[in-house]
Design a protein. Structure first.
Ligand code: ADP
Ligand code: MG
Length: 727
């Protein structure tokens, strides 16, 4: 066995798991390191506090003088918590988070020093961020980027740094990050949904999108990972034979959590509590060494920030516990992958969840309105939703056998399907008194009872209604939720805006009562969006065929899927809803294509290295042993040796065969890479997808065959069974 693999196994087996202590009651830790309302009230003047609250609720601008006051309060609070530095925390288009730390410390004239932080430092900064991706925006406009404070997401202290959530935009106004378009989409959905709410309740003045994500991940011992260059460099295994035992027994799911992992989780959760991330549930997932963590849902912008923060914190905490956390959607072939379900709903400032059926027929009509509009929006923009979750790593999961397919469809359950079927028959125009009563009492009025026993939740649907929210299940575990949340909220905003126009028209021109008009428009939407509804098995082959008949898209690869982002339809949607202009949309598309190509390029290089530098030399070493053996047999038995050396000779030949295949395929792949590198944009990504990537499986096939043949003692890479079952 290679020393690295041997040591890795020894190290892992001799870990001494100690369960760390709880630091105190969770509720007492919660938000201690967050400049939340409580802290603000304590440290700020009334005027400053009110100004921040108004900014959060109504998006009003904060006056410069007040900003100075806020900065001083924030600094005082941060210093009281032991902070020494501050940073504008933002989410560049690379998917990770970025920060540059500055000390509060400043020298003063008399030779002394003090801690200083004022409004200008709080509100705006210019990070030296020329290396973040910008899709040509900053070149075109020769503009620099700056970060600007987002008061709707509270500042927090991590380590000894005060982190101030910000957006990252070019001086010409174009968004260079994930947050700016998200905030605009949330603004759009607020405006559109509030206007529709007024049909049902005049007191509604704000609607928040809510998000509750569920983060899946793998935890693997750092020592085991260190003997896997592929895991270290790409976050997934590019080769490796399936273990004799995989996840067939399903004995890991909801089983007891191993002590080492429990210790990591406690540590992580306590950090989360301090940071105000309301983590609530934890459990094993389907695959060995796979786990899930989910918080209580929050306003979408905050929830997105909290998910990004969590991923950072997880990496840091996992290091303390000698684990590497894998966010990749498919780290191990043949083993369940990881996703990040996005539970989404809309909630009013009056405390009503708009996707939760109410107690009165009126509330239920409101529920149905938002319910049907959501389905219609997903129907109209299914291809854009698919595009919003596209990435090189998520491609492994979509359409594979445990995840939602690359086809977007909506599951609502049999009872709500029956309700929509009935509503399809609502009379066109004015309703008879009998029909009105029927609709209100017997159809709409019955919804809450129905939902209580709606338990048939279809796990194979990428977009499922789950009682009081929709669950977008196709989001990748590695993704930033901002992308899909921006798209989802934008299309809902657009749909609700259209709905309002249509209802108003019927009321004004056709003299219909408001309820009648609502029923009339909903009826048409139900008919028009029927093809997106699917209650069956989303993983089956039959559905793929059926989806083609229905005219639904099935874009299996990222370069294919991303095209929907720059279609005329998408650009006019984003422009109309003031979420992104054409330049921003196209820049993002360019960045995502490039990211895709780079991702495949790196995987291809790593695979070639591992195949040539690890696998082939090991195979040759073993082959030499066999050759020695055959020579020895010949010495002893002379002419009759063949009957004793048959198997060995056969193996020697097979090994040579696999080595030859690997060599020739790696060479061909390298040539395709060279050709691809001469192309740019879509062509470059297409070449990486269709010409380079197909070699991965072929090369892997031969490497995995060799793994089975070669003496286990010689094999240099930690094996699947070790990665998945050693603790
Ligand atoms: P699972 O999908 O694993 O069965 P649950 O249905 O219990 O899990 O809930 C999953 C997530 O849904 C939780 O993270 C929760 O915070 C979130 N959630 C619940 N209500 C809402 C809501 N109104 N808006 C957004 N997310 C919600
Ligand atoms: Mg879920």
């Amino acid at each position: 066995m290679s020393t690295l693999r041997f040591n890795a196994l020894q190290e892992t087996l001799h870990r001494n798991p100690v369960l760390i202590e709880e630091k105190g009651r969770r509720s007492e830790l919660f938000g201690n390191n967050v400049f939340n309302k409580q802290a603000m009230r304590q440290y700020m003047t009334k005027e400053a506090f009110q100004s921040v609250m108004d900014a959060i609720e109504f998006g009003t601008k904060i006056d410069r003088k007040i900003a100075d006051q806020i900065a001083v309060s924030m600094k005082d609070w941060a210093l009281s918590k032991g902070a020494t530095h501050y940073t504008h925390w933002f989410q560049p288009l690379t998917g990770a988070t970025a920060e540059k730390h500055d000390a509060f410390f400043e020298t003063i004239d008399d030779g002394g020093a003090m801690e200083r932080f004022d409004g200008s430092q709080l509100v705006q900064q210019e990070p030296d961020a020329s290396s973040f991706p910008h899709g040509g925006i900053r070149n075109t406009f020769e503009a620099r980027g700056y970060t600007a404070w987002d008061p709707t997401s509270p500042a927090f202290i991590y380590g000894t740094t005060l982190c101030i959530p910000t957006v990252f935009v070019a001086y010409t106004g174009e968004a260079l990050d994930n947050k700016a378009p998200l905030l605009r989409a949330l603004q759009a959905v607020d405006t559109a949904a509030t206007a529709v709410c007024k049909y049902f309740d005049k007191n509604v003045s704000k609607v928040n999108a809510t998000l509750g994500w569920e983060q899946e991940y793998f935890l693997i011992d750092t020592a085991l990972v260190s003997a896997r260059p592929d895991l270290m460099m790409t976050g997934r295994t590019l080769l490796g034979h399936s273990p004799a035992k995989g996840q067939q027994l399903d004995d890991h799911y909801f089983g007891s959590i191993p002590t080492r992992v429990m210790s990591f989780m406690r540590d992580l959760e306590q950090e989360c509590m301090l940071l105000g991330v309301p983590v609530k549930t934890r459990h094993n997932e389907v695959a060995p060494n796979q786990f899930e963590l989910a918080p209580i849902f929050e306003e979408a912008n905050l929830a997105v920030d909290h998910n990004s923060l969590l991923m950072d914190v997880m990496e840091k905490v996992s290091q303390r516990h000698q684990f590497k956390v894998l966010f990749h959607e498919k780290p191990f072939e043949g083993i369940n992958g990881s996703g990040k379900h996005n539970n989404w709903s809309l909630s009013t400032n009056t405390g009503v969840n708009l996707l939760s059926p109410g107690k009165t027929p009126m509330k239920n009509l409101q529920f149905l309105t938002f319910f049907v509009n959501t389905i219609k929006a997903v129907h109209d923009y299914e291809e854009l939703i698919r595009a919003s979750i596209a990435s090189a790593s998520n491609d492994h999961r979509l359409g594979a056998n445990e995840a939602p397919p690359a086809i977007i469809s909506v599951f609502i359950g049999s009872q709500l399907s029956a309700v929509l079927d009935e509503l399809e028959n609502v009379t066109k125009g004015k309703l008879s008194p009998q029909e009105k009563t029927d609709l209100k009492l017997n159809i709409v009025g019955k919804i809450p009872e129905i939902l209580l026993d709606n338990t048939d939740r279809n796990r194979t649907s990428p977009f499922a209604f789950t009682g009081n929210k929709f669950e977008l299940r196709a989001v990748g575990s590695w993704s930033n939720c901002a992308g899909p949340m921006t798209v989802l909220n934008t299309i809902i905003a657009k749909q609700l805006k259209e709905f309002k126009i249509e209802v108003d028209e019927l009321v004004d021109a056709k003299n219909l009562k408001k309820d009648e008009a609502v029923f009339n428009v909903l009826r048409e939407y139900i008919k028009a969006s029927k093809k997106i509804r699917f209650e069956g098995d989303g993983y089956g082959e039959a559905w793929e065929k059926e989806a083609v008949k229905r005219g639904l898209s099935n874009n299996k690869t990222t370069p294919e899927a991303l095209k929907a982002k720059i279609s005329k339809k998408s650009i006019s949607l984003f422009e109309e809803m003031n979420v992104m202009n054409k330049v921003e949309v196209e820049a993002r598309h360019e960045i995502e294509l490039e990211e895709y190509s780079k991702h495949i390029q790196i995987e291809s290089r790593v695979l070639a290295d591992v195949a040539r530098n690890h696998v082939i030399p090991t195979a040759i070493q073993y082959q030499n042993t066999l050759i020695e053996n055959v020579k020895g047999l010949k010495e002893i038995f002379d002419k009759g040796f063949e009957q004793y050396a048959k198997e060995q000779i056969d193996l020697i030949q097979k090994i040579s065969g696999h080595i030859a295949e690997i060599n020739s395929k790696v060479e061909k792949m390298t040539n395709e890479r060279k050709k691809a590198n001469k192309l740019s944009g879509q062509n470059n990504a297409d070449a990486y997808c269709n010409k380079v990537k197909p070699f991965f499986d072929e090369i892997r096939y031969h490497c995995d065959k060799l793994e089975l043949m070669v003496d286990d003692n010689l094999w240099p890479l930690t094996k699947y069974r070790e990665l998945l079952f050693t603790r």
